[in-house]
Ligand binder design. Sequence first.
Ligand code: NAD
Length: 258
Amino acid sequence: MYRLAGKVALITGGNSGIGEATALLFAAEGASVVITGRRVAAGKAVAARIRDSGGEAHFVRADHTKPRDCERAVAATLERFGRIDILFNNAGIVTSGTAESVSEENWSRTLALNVTAVWRMSRLVLPQLRAAGGGVIVNNASDWAVVGAPDALPYAASKGAVAQMTRSMALDHAAEGIRVNAVCPGDTWVQRWSEEGYFPDGDPVTREEAMRASEAHIPMRRFAEAEEIARAVLFLASPESSYVTGHLLLVDGGNTAR
Ligand code: NAD
């Protein structure tokens, strides 16, 4: 009945946006969910919402640019639920800039989270997936993993690296029953876009402003809701995609179809 019954899922950056929507959906589909993030109140609130609706959830404070925090997140998941079947490498930041304008600091912190943390968490979780008799990694890339992006060099470079890690890890672990895929969202409204200071190099935007921008360039004339991305992640994490590995699943309203 439930697509993830009996499974344990670890979701990085699960305290808002696409990670939060995925945590809620996975829990509704029967998974025990561990969410991580730096913002304790937000993370605890998501875990409490899941538990209040009858699910199993636990929040672990973790900054995934720190190796010790990554180790702690994996250890806490095992302590709480005894196994890991699914890793959703979701935590990421958006940064802008060209080759000339991007600062050393923004370049380094983008790669530290969007690339290195994906590798680090995968390395820590792979033995657990093997121990569980097989498992799934889903990486959150972007439509900008497959096409160039103006004024977003560090972000596009980082997501291109996620795409190649996805394909390469899929090959390395296919024979072990471990599938590795990526979801590639296009513009997806998340509440934090409207928060002061969220974009390191830009102003916050309202939902209406974001929709106007998406209407102008997306074939489907709207941005995605986080739940629409979560449903694609569920497909990649569930047995419904049992013969899918090394795939980049574009969920972008047609943005990269032209
Ligand atoms: P979001 O800001 O709501 O989610 C990002 C999550 O990562 C948050 O929970 C945040 O707390 C967490 N995070 C940030 N830095 C962290 C760190 N150092 N350690 C641990 N956690 C950290 O935004 P979102 O759009 O839901 O982003 C989720 C993923 O989706 C990102 O990888 C992003 O690149 C990707 N994505 C988003 C869009 C979009 O339009 N929203 C499009 C393509 C890809």
